[in-house]
Write a protein that binds this ligand. Structure first.
Ligand code: NAD
Length: 477
């Protein structure tokens, strides 16, 4: 059977590309061998955020209900029910994606797709039957899988990756997490909220190394305060079985240490998933372990008419980045078919990053340190959320909003937030940066009261040196 577009992989990159392609008039098929929704809906973003939500509610019932005049007795935690709730949330969203694929007339092909050198795709289904499909364009969107660190004991039972954590039905009491990146700190938040004793072992000098330094330092302090033991600059040497569980041996400042847990979570990054994707004879240029693509041709690989998006290509590996690349790529393919000019509807250069800790973390664009490294003259504004009405009401006054503005043009270059609803509010800055807005233009809009977003107005006013609600600070000449 012949299609205009075959997409291999129905994760947030693949299913969005397929739907966009279909809406633009392409005859589309999507091949998936597990479940629609990919890592994001089944083993990543959605299950993690659902469980974090449940854990926060549990913590708030204990720690905050009393602050607003509520008394709750006998609050009990049933971990298996939290797991059920996580699963129901994922299932609901997966059903939604399946309905969208069907509703847009996209052919779902269940099985494992293999690209062949004549640009056809062979699909082997669960019974082992092979069917061959052809298409003018093919998008590879097969995503990524957790990476394991090469240390002795990494294959011991009880050493889990994020995939295994979501399948657990009992709450462990002691957990060692290898890696203080995004997955590491989110799991640390989740399990410490539920009362488990958590240790993070991170090789680099700080947790969330890629984020604004002040955010990393604050988060370290907050996690420590809630009982998480954090070791940075700590290299894991091996894992061994003990009578009661597992023991992680690591070296910190050249001294040997150990941390014990009922389980060990390896959260040390992910690697592109391409097992069995290429038939013999297929030659696709790689860049390291990822598929090399030409961004000027909407992620076309070295194989003409074959594109790759999401976690299999170099660059930021986030669900929303993959979806945006999917839209971009589908628009390019549709324009090629119609002989029309390619006029992408989406800006791929501005990608926000969010971390679902407590408080939440979000950033986009340049930090002050990035601007300094790049020699860009900037002015910065900062607002501490303890002076924000909504934050006081909800007892979420920890945190801040920072904004980085071009000194001469007044254009918004970046923002970093660590506060309640940071992951929702960051989009104000994404819109501003991708549309070249200035701080003055952002300040023209009235933000409703009382909201967390009022903190954005305050940070912008601070950058302009015109803060109405904070005591003026002296500026360096
Ligand atoms: P990561 O790259 O963010 O962090 C991995 C951490 O493990 C790094 O800090 C690294 O220094 C550390 N590490 C590696 N080897 C180590 C060793 N031997 N000993 C100690 N520490 C070691 O990767 P991740 O947290 O596994 O996340 C994987 C991907 O999933 C990332 O691309 C991430 O952005 C994405 N993700 C995003 C979200 C979100 O958007 N909220 C949530 C989860 C995951």
């Amino acid at each position: 059977m012949n299609f205009d577009l075959i997409v291999i992989g129905a994760g947030p990159g693949g299913y969005v590309a397929a739907i966009k392609g279909a809406k633009l008039g392409l005859k589309v098929a999507v091949i998936e061998n597990i479940r629609a929704g990919g890592t994001c809906l089944n083993r990543g973003c959605i299950p993690a955020k659902a469980m974090i939500h449940a854990s926060q509610l549990y913590k708030e019932m204990h720690e905050e209900a009393g602050l607003v005049g509520l008394a709750a007795n006998n609050i009990r935690l049933d971990y298996s029910k939290i797991v059920d709730y996580k699963q129901e949330t994922s299932d609901e969203l997966v059903k939604g994606v399946e309905a969208l694929l069907e509703g847009n007339g996209i052919q779902r092909i269940d099985g494992k797709g293999k690209l062949r050198s004549d640009k056809s795709v062979a699909v082997v289904d669960a019974e082992g039957n092979e069917t061959v499909y052809t298409a003018d364009s093919i998008i590879l969107a097969t995503g990524s899988v957790p990476a394991l660190i090469p240390v002795p004991g990494i294959d011991l039972p009880g050493v889990l990756t994020s995939d295994g954590v979501f399948q657990m039905t009992d709450l462990p009491q002691k957990i060692v997490i290898i890696g203080g990146g995004v997955i590491g700190v989110e799991f640390a938040t989740l399990f410490s909220n539920l009362g488990a004793q958590v240790t993070i072992v991170e090789a680099l000098p700080r947790i969330l190394q890629n984020m604004d330094k002040e955010i990393s330092q604050n988060l370290k302090m907050i996690l420590k305060k809630s009982g998480v033991d954090i070791h940075t600059g700590a290299m894991v040497k091996g894992i061994s079985q003990t009578d009661g569980g597992l023991c992680v041996a690591f070296e910190e400042k050249e001294k040997p240490f150990t941390a014990e847990g009922d389980i060990v979570i390896c959260a040390a990054g992910r690697k592109p998933y391409m097992d069995g994707l290429f038939d013999e004879g297929v030659e696709i240029a790689m860049k390291g372990k990822e598929i090399d693509t030409d961004e000027t041709k909407a992620f076309e690989t070295s194989h003409k008419g074959v594109y790759a998006i999401g976690d299999v290509v170099p660059g930021i590996k986030l669900a929303h980045a993959a979806s945006a690349q999917g839209i971009y790529c589908a628009e390019y393919i549709a324009a090629l078919k119609d002989g029309a000019a390619f006029d992408p509807s989406i800006d791929l250069s501005v990608i926000p990053a969010c971390v679902y800790t407590d408080p939440e973390i979000a950033q986009v664009g340049l930090t002050e340190a990035d601007a300094k490294d790049q020699g860009i003259p900037v002015k910065t504004g900062k607002f501490i959320m303890s002076a924000n009405g909504k934050s006081l009401i909800t007892h979420e006054e920890r945190g801040f909003i920072k904004v980085v503005v071009h000194e001469e043009t007044d254009q918004i270059l970046g923002a970093q937030m660590m506060c309640a609803r940071a992951t929702d509010m960051i989009s104000e800055f994404v819109t501003a940066i991708s549309n070249g807005l200035t701080a003055a233009q952002m300040l023209r809009s009235i933000r409703p009261h009382p909201t967390y977003n009022e903190g954005i107005t305050e940070a912008l006013e601070d950058a302009a040196g015109e803060s109405l609600h904070t005591v003026p600070r002296r500026r360096k000449k």
